[in-house]
Design a protein around this ligand. Structure first.
Ligand code: B12
Length: 211
């Protein structure tokens, strides 16, 4: 188990965009058998701080890009540990994508990885997906759940429009929206059934909905 001190070291390494130190800490904690979801949670907190520094103009766009790249590498290290830890299986189909006007996909990819570990079928439509494309694929693939990811403000209208279109076409499947910047107000605005801003909570929710 990691201590608060080791956790805050990792959070700071990510926030400071110190790639070498972040990857070293991840390797150490994986060797100590630390929980992969705790590691991901720490990295998300670090990225949250990167975002705050960007908003305060302490980092430029390059800082966001660097933060994203570090996180991508972290996930490559964590992936095998995560896959070997999950032995439960479930069944069901999830249609997943980052909504129109948004290109953030790190969170969506984690969700996809986790759901795949539980042997669910995940149809990943990628990023900047228009509402009509979600609908077209839903008609073809007949998913049990619609999962929409979005982090930028413009994504909220896309989520709302996608959900409106599904309802208009008579699709009553549960809709789950996810993203670090979501709030109760945004959730209500979009008309989604559920919202999450952490992967483990999202995955638990989806498994429950499929039962
Ligand atoms: C890394 C990053 C980038 C990278 C993304 C790399 C990539 N491949 O994704 C790059 C450099 C591309 C980028 C670009 C931009 N970014 Co950016 N970015 C970030 C940053 C720092 C981290 C995001 C991230 O990956 N977090 C880690 C992941 C794992 O977390 P997550 O996405 O929330 O996902 C988790 C949960 O939410 C949940 N989840 C997510 N989706 C789903 C879906 C389902 C179904 C479920 C169940 C769960 C779930 O599970 C995940 C795992 O736990 C955030 C800051 C922040 N606090 O989020 C800013 C941030 C989101 N970006 C921001 C901005 C402004 C931009 C740009 C507009 C910058 C620009 N001037 O060009 C562009 C966006 C262009 C566009 N149209 O999309 C702002 C958005 C502000 C706003 N309100 O609109 C933020 C908040 C920074 C800030 N504070 O200003 N960004």
């Amino acid at each position: 188990m990691s201590t608060m001190k080791t956790q805050s070291k990792l959070i700071s390494a990510i926030a400071d965009l110190n790639e070498e130190s972040a990857l070293k800490l991840i390797r150490q904690r994986l060797a100590e058998n630390d929980d992969p979801l705790t590691l991901i949670g720490n990295c998300e907190e670090g990225l949250q701080r990167v975002g705050e520094r960007y908003a305060r103009h302490e980092y430029y766009l390059s800082g966001l890009i660097m933060g994203g790249e570090i996180f991508y590498e972290v996930m490559e290290l964590i992936r095998p540990a995560m896959e070997s830890r999950i032995s439960d299986t479930s069944s069901g189909k999830v249609l997943l994508g980052t909504v129109q006007s948004d290109i953030h996909d790190l969170g969506k990819n984690i969700v996809k990885l986790l759901l795949s570990c539980y042997k669910l079928t995940v149809y990943d439509l990628g990023v900047d997906v228009p509402p009509e494309e979600f609908l077209r694929q839903a008609k073809k693939l007949r998913p049990d759940i619609l999962g929409l990811s979005g982090l930028v403000t413009n994504a909220y209208d896309s989520m709302r429009e996608t959900i409106r279109l599904f309802r208009q076409e008579g699709y009553q499947i549960p809709t789950v929206i996810g993203g670090s910047q979501l709030s109760k107000e945004v959730f209500q605005y979009t008309g989604a059934d559920y919202w999450v801003n952490k992967a483990d909570a999202g995955v638990k929710l989806i498994l429950r909905l499929l039962k």
